[in-house]
Design a protein around this ligand. Structure first.
Ligand code: PHB
Length: 369
């Protein structure tokens, strides 16, 4: 047995293993931006994970940036997600919802009244998103006014309340991959003056205030956060001093007693230690700023995941792509069974193909066809 199968207390939850299903955008929401019967089956199939983190789910209509991603802000969405959480719980699993606001990574056609996306800045990144008409350049954003920040924090609090009503065991705040919250954190994007711009303290303020609001609403032991200090995903340059920025943020969150911190190492979906990083990021120093469960992600597999746990680099490992194509990933890791590779063509959008039709091992440990 490897440390992957040691139970662990994570906030209010006792997890039976250290294997987490990472949040994965799949663009299969049904009308009303809700999960449907397919999502119920997809998450139920993966419930042997120590913890499932749902696909990124917008906190408000302004938080959407791609076609057919779900939300968690209205009563119909809450009822639909309740079907998912009931199915996961019925087979003994646990599931958090990832709370998402894309900020400037959006297109007006996806937003209420064809509004401009909102961000820390009015500068547009050179990226595309997928909207009803296909791939389109993101729209020019509008910088949020300081007076609008309390309503934004309220949207996060409201979504967290909706999450609990929907039966989620907790929430993960998406502060990674250069969506809205990281657009405030990084000095490569945030060009504000005032309380939410300038110093590291000020750039971290929005994330801290959101985490405080959610922890007050549903409990810190049911609240986690995901960060990605070094990724350039979404055409976004690194902060001028990511080590200082993220050590400050994590140290300031530590007293809240959060369920966990979840770190994407390196480039999202790419190398954990990018060759072009001027200085390699010291993830151990970042971990030392936090006194709770530490989750690492990005390309881990059957060999290096247990090694990272055994070395004390992490308490939990989040697996993304392996969970897409191996609903019984936990069993396969336990038995040393081969992993089925995923088909990238079915990652985003579509139906059951490449979503709920991946095989599981049969009673003899062979891959069912
Ligand atoms: C995506 O839609 O490709 C996506 C969404 C959320 C992420 C990363 C990628 O954090």
């Amino acid at each position: 047995m490897t440390p992957l199968f040691d139970p662990i207390q994570v906030g209010d939850l006792e997890l039976p293993n250290r294997i987490v299903m990472a949040p994965l955008t799949r663009n299969r929401a049904v009308a009303g931006l809700k999960p449907g019967a397919l999502q119920v089956e997809y998450y139920r199939q993966r419930a042997s994970a120590g913890l499932i983190i749902s696909e990124a789910t917008q906190i408000s209509p302004m938080g959407q940036g791609y076609l057919d991603t779900p939300g968690i802000y209205d009563s119909a969405q809450v009822a639909a997600w309740k079907q998912v959480t009931d199915a996961v719980h019925a087979v003994g699993g646990r599931i958090f919802v990832q709370l998402w606001h894309v900020g400037r990574i959006s297109h007006s056609s996806l937003l209420p009244d064809a509004a401009a996306p909102v961000s820390s800045t009015d500068r547009r990144p050179n990226v595309q998103t997928f909207a009803a008409e296909g791939f389109v350049d993101v729209s020019a954003p509008r910088a949020l006014r300081d007076e609008e920040i309390p309503a934004l924090i309220e949207d996060y609090r409201h979504a967290a309340r909706c999450a609990r009503e929907a039966g989620f065991d907790g929430v993960e705040v998406h502060a990674a991959n250069n969506y809205l919250l990281e657009q405030f954190l990084r000095d490569s994007v945030n060009d504000r003056t005032g309380p939410y711009g300038g110093s590291i303290f000020n750039r971290a303020r929005l994330v801290v205030e959101i985490m405080q609001a959610i922890a007050a609403e549903i409990g810190a032991g049911r609240t986690g956060i995901r960060i990605s200090p070094m990724t350039t995903f979404n055409d976004t340059a690194r902060d001028s001093d990511p080590q200082a920025l993220f050590e400050h943020l994590v140290a300031r969150l530590d007293p809240l007693g959060l369920a966990y911190v979840h770190v994407i190492q390196g480039e999202t979906g790419g190398p954990r230690y990018p060759d072009d990083a001027e200085r390699p990021f010291d993830y151990a120093a970042l971990k030392a700023c936090f006194d709770g469960p530490w989750m690492l992600n990005n390309g881990y597999g059957p060999e290096d995941a247990p090694q990272a746990l055994a070395a004390g680099e992490a308490d939990l490992i989040a697996f993304g792509r392996p969970f897409i194509s191996n609903p019984d990933l936990v069993r396969r890791l336990r038995e040393g069974a081969p992993l089925t590779p995923p088909n990238p063509e079915t990652f985003y959008g579509g139906g059951a193909e490449g979503y709920t039709d991946y095989p599981t091992l049969d009673a003899d440990g062979a891959v069912e066809s």
